[in-house]
Design a protein around this ligand. Sequence first.
Ligand code: H79
Length: 561
Amino acid sequence: MKKTLLLIFGILLLGSSQLAFSQQALSDSARMAWWKEARFGLFIHWGIYSVPAGTYNDQKVAGIGEWIMNKGKIPMVEYQKYAAQFNPVKYNAEEWVKMAKDAGMKYIVITSKHHDGFAMFKSDASNFNIVDATPFKRDAIKELAAACKKYNMKLGLYYSQAQDWNHPGGAANGGQWDPLQKGNMDDYLDKIAVPQIKEILTKYGTISVLWFDTPTDMTKERAEKILPLLKLQPNIIINNRLGGGYSGDLETPEQFIPPTGIPGKNWESCMTMNDTWGFKSYDNNWKSASTLVRNLIDIASKGGNYLLNVGPTSEGLIPDSSVVRLKGIGKWLHANGEAIYGSSPSPFPFLKWGRCTRKGQTLYLHVFDWPTNGKLEVPLENAVTKAYMLENPKQLLKTSSENGHLIINVPAKASNEIATVIVIQIKGEPKVEPAISKGLKGDASSFAPGFESEKAFDGIPTTRWKAVETEKSGWLVADFGKSVKICAASIVEGGSTEKNITKFQFEYKDGNDWKVIFAGKSIGLGVMKTFPTIEASQFRINILEAKATPFITDMQLYQDR
Ligand code: H79
């Protein structure tokens, strides 16, 4: 009886967001454990948009490739013809999984249905799917799921729950363009999204991640049509894009790395290798393997995961340019993976020459800019019991201390051009040099009660500076009272949804004038910039325009030394 009552009580509570996962098999931390350890995953954007590959009616369509239907305002019946041309006979799921594995990736997230509404799996809810609408007739998700299982790779599925441009009632960012799209969104959810999510969560074995996107027009009620389906995969991880007020398990910065991480949250930066997610035949703006590895290091040093995208072709091939880069990353990780997997974030607020990751009393120093004088200066007070390069552990490095900083004697040349990892074993908890601005009182154009300027310099993510209610602009200054050498700054506005500032300048005082160091149009989760060293006693953010009263959660300046 007691048990039954508890069960009823539990079911009643299920609707509320905190308790939505109360029936999951594992505790939150156990459920997230593999994901936190993993650090690096492969995103795959694959669909029939790879047929036009960025060109419609002989016109190049600007923007990301998987958006071609929306950006080109392609009518539904026209777009659906691409399905008949989609025959990716070169698709080999096992090769893709092996490629991801060799690149050092620990999970894969693939588009099971993007905004275009085309399902890459056999669906009974809609014929607009890879088995029923293409000459290929094979279930791409089924094959990938089998390959992942065989090679012990975690599989996640992306599903566009709200936007759907080929089923009546599906949402469309920027508005619908074809009368056939008109319909009721609740009907769309009931007839397409809910049954299809049920299909992908039941037909393909263990699904480790469900990756929602763009919660356009999602309300709490609509999200709650989908939420109960998660019980079909008791240990599933979901991102923060379901909508309706549900925050999920992960923050998902898209195409950027939050400069100070996202304190207290699990987060994953998803990023492209060129400028598109879905394949575009003429997008050759590839980032170098070095940049991609450094992004991974940067993200790991801030406590996040890196979900790196490939956009396969309509033949079923991952572009060579991507393959080459994945191999380059794999090579680096093969030698240096110990410094990435299962690591925790850097204890340092800033390192001029690179980044740091940590495992307890082991610090991994990822050196991007190798010292020219044979000495690596680390703003750390601790005694060091051992120092060596991760790629050459037998050769121990000499260390000493100068002005409270650790000095590591290093060879003349870096052992790895992308990033050389130096491992140090330290005694005790890391004692690092704080940002020079930390604890400053500061000053501001105005402040609301309880939101004084010093709240932006205290390093505490829950306190902030805020101007008086009526303001839409203002400034916040770090006044050192003496000249200091500054080479970098980080500014954090708030959470991922707090993008209030729309125009700002970061400035220093030169005599009676304020001079601009850098400018921008948005801050949100943060901006971090390094710049040629400037000697001055006052630095400020000058907020020129904001949607509402400006506020800053944290602003720190970093010394050149
Ligand atoms: O799946 C990828 C994107 O298609 C999807 N999220 C990643 C992971 C995404 N959907 N919307 N957005 C990202 C952001 C919206 C971008 C837009 Fe635009 C700006 C939509 C319209 C203007 C980019 C530029 C797309 C069309 C033009």
